[in-house]
Design a protein around this ligand. Structure first.
Ligand code: PHE
Length: 356
């Protein structure tokens, strides 16, 4: 006990001399730790007489408190100094450019949809939509598709259960039912495109059970085949970015148009390389025609007063042709490597209305 005062003085000196938190901790352990000097002295109290023990105990506790208070004060000082030092060295340069984040890509189908809407929008078309689950009437009957038409066979169409043959539902096999829905609810003139999902039980490199189409419908009092040809020619030239792209209208058949045509665009396939533009080859890209009078009548439109044209094309197909995508199945695999390769940067303005 005689050297308590000296121990206390030395301990306080070490606390004051500690230059950092580690040195301070070492000083604390040396004085107050389990085997510290003051702690050791506490253990000798048992061997003293009661009077001596009380006096020595009080002296030891005072010394212990004093050292503990000094340690806390020093710790606060050291921590404040450490914070000051960190703030001084870690200043943030707000003029530095931000680190680039990971940016997603626009899916090629979305890109084409945007381009379609922009090009047809310039020509005065508005966008219409309809349900994916359709009834027989809108998908087939109203479109003048008789019950024995191949499109009605099970292997093409996804049927959904109903109570009977008449009320069964189908996943729409084309966007044409939206023609019907629009004509049923809208007074002519009508000028719409209908981009959307369609479904057929078919799956290979160029067919997917879910795919996209864009429908076009124009109904007015003096609309003729020349308007149809002009609109589709302007559209194809703008979409493919080829000013003199030749189009070929081949006679064809659809139950809901008369006359009907299939449209080919010019291309060349030299050396296995497909090039869209004037060339020695043709590629079929869409179906079209003048709306059949029966279809107009089915929708309550006077076919002696109004007529118009319609067209429909596969969005995957025109996307594959424009961007050189070889296999349709990858469109829906959500493979990030594919999406990074064929996708589009989100902030880039789409290559619209070129050639218009
Ligand atoms: N609905 C037809 C199809 O899916 C395409 C089409 C639309 C043809 C409009 C003519 C007019 O094949």
């Amino acid at each position: 006990m005689e050297n308590l005062e000296q121990l206390q003085r030395q301990a306080l000196e070490r606390v004051e001399a500690a230059e950092n938190v580690e040195a301070l901790e070492a000083a604390r352990v040396r004085a107050l730790g389990k085997k510290g000097e003051i702690t050791q002295l506490m253990k000798t109290l048992g061997g003293l007489s009661p009077d001596e023990r009380r006096a020595a105990g009080q002296a030891l506790n005072r010394a212990k408190d004093k050292i503990a208070v000094a340690i806390e004060a020093r710790r606060e000082l050291l921590e404040a100094a450490a914070l000051e030092a960190r703030l001084a060295t870690e200043s943030i340069d707000v003029t530095l450019p931000a680190r680039p984040g990971i940016v997603g890509r626009i899916h090629p189908i979305s890109q084409t949809l945007e381009e379609l809407v922009a090009i047809f929008g310039e020509m005065g078309f508005s966008v219409a939509e309809g349900p994916h689950i359709e009834d027989d009437f809108h998908n087939f009957t109203a479109l003048n598709i008789p019950p024995d038409h191949p499109a009605r066979q099970e292997h093409d169409t996804f049927y959904m259960p109903g109570d009977g043959e008449d009320d069964r539902k189908v996943l729409r096999t084309h966007t044409s039912p939206v023609q019907i829905r629009t004509m049923q609810t809208t007074e002519p003139p009508i000028r719409i495109i209908v981009p959307g999902r369609t479904f057929r039980a078919d799956h290979d490199a160029t067919h997917s059970p879910m795919f996209h189409q864009v429908e076009g419908l124009v109904i007015d009092e003096a609309t003729h085949m020349g308007h149809l040809k002009g609109t589709l020619t302007d559209f194809c030239r703008a979409y493919f970015g080829v000013d003199d792209l030749p189009l070929r209208f081949r006679p064809s058949f659809f139950p809901f148009t008369e006359p009907s045509a299939e449209v080919d665009i010019g291309c060349s396939k030299e050396g296995g390389q497909l090039k869209i533009g004037a060339g020695s080859d043709w590629l079929e890209i869409l179906g079209c025609g003048m709306v059949h009078p029966k279809v107009l009548e089915n929708c309550g439109i006077d076919s002696t007063k109004y007529q118009g044209y319609a067209f429909g094309m596969g969005i995957e197909r025109i996307t594959m042709l424009k961007y050189g995508i070889p296999d349709l199945r990858f469109f829906y695999d959500s493979d990030l490597r594919w999406l990074r390769h064929f996708g589009f940067p989100p902030l880039e303005v789409p290559s619209l209305v070129r050639g218009m």
